[in-house]
Design a protein around this ligand. Sequence first.
Ligand code: MV4
Length: 445
Amino acid sequence: MFRKILIANRGEIAVRIIRTCKEMGIPTVAIYSQADRDSLHVKFADEAFCVGGPASRDSYLNIPNILSGADVLQVEAIHPGYGFLSENARFVKILEECNFKFIGPSQEAIELGSHKARTCDAMKTAGLPIVGGFRENTEDEQELWKRVKSLGYPVMLKASAGGGGKGMRIVHNEKELAKMVPVVKKEAEISFGSGEFYVEKYLEDVRHIEFQVVADNFGEIMHLGERECTIQRRHQKVIEESPSPFLDEPLREKMAEAAIEGARFLKYRNLGTMEFLVDSKRNFYFIEINTRIQVEHPVTEMVFGLDLVKEQIQLASGKKLSLKQLQAKPKGHCLECRILAEDIDRGFMPSTGKIDGLYIPGGLGVRVDTHIYSGYEITPYYDSLLAKLICWGKDRKEAITRCYNALGEFNITGIKTNIPLLKRIMKDKDFIEGNFTTDYLEKMV
Ligand code: MV4
């Protein structure tokens, strides 16, 4: 097993990864920015070093600083968490060249996954259904207009290197297309360093359902069911659950088979997620692959009774899958609510400041993954995720009740949070009945 692991991340996921390393008896190294000196991941790790200024590009994205510290402290492997460098193929290549182990999939898989148009083409070749669209060179404006016309509106423009909800726009007519093409290009250029985009038919009233796949270095691949992620705001997930209230057993099996087929085609290793859209007629379409541990991984952990970070570490160190497909038996139902530092009444503006009072709920089936504490300062430099409330129950109804009650106990003062909105959702008839599609959150605010 690895002698020492560096966690190239911050916040709740850094804390989450350190906990598993401790359980496995692996020493840990934290990195932190000048804004994160007083963070929990720094206190919980065995060693820590500062990688630069508050802005992400100066610290958590600063490859030379991360690697020089890793070298000095004799780190063997690096866990990237999610966001930051987790899906950066160049980073993975540099790590390989510097003899550090990357805890995640191969450089090739990450490279492909970060070109979403190419991934769709590959999955089409693998036999998976994809959404109708135009994924070739969109620089040819004449061709672009012609092809969009033949697709029919609405369409969705998607930055090929996109992620984190950036570089995605719905377009209803020619006028909007002319306006949005440069907007998406610019946004993608700034956020991802590439203005490449592609066009898909926009499917209305769909559900976003993703399958967790796990693969070892020996070609063994299995899945750990699905996560329902339809409840999103501006393409940021807010509530996730497993299993999806929308899938029946035959459709679940068909989609799981497709997810595994796609992963096999890519010779996929380690953890990954295959994202799909499912329409009201129960047709499903592959949309993208995520080559990282995801924010919402705990819902899968709770229903399958597994530690996905431990799986990642073991697989990266060359171990075989810890279980066979037939041994993976989901039990009960799990919901995750993302507790965000935002002011719902002021258009979801990020809320910053010192947390001056905090009560974290607990009890049977209640798990909270967080890095906050009373006295902790929320700065504007990073995402607004404060905590993940993860509630398990024997069935969906019990999980919802536990979520609602835990949200009632949760008390965070000093900053604004989305807890009031989450509580309303837990009492909403449509949510309780599993009756929701992509427009759900818009209706709720
Ligand atoms: C789509 C779509 C409909 N048609 N693509 C949004 C996040 C990203 N991971 C995938 N997303 C979507 N892609 C096509 N061709 C619908 C979504 C979508 C969504 C869109 C608007 C509002 C809420 C949404 C929630 C989940 C998925």
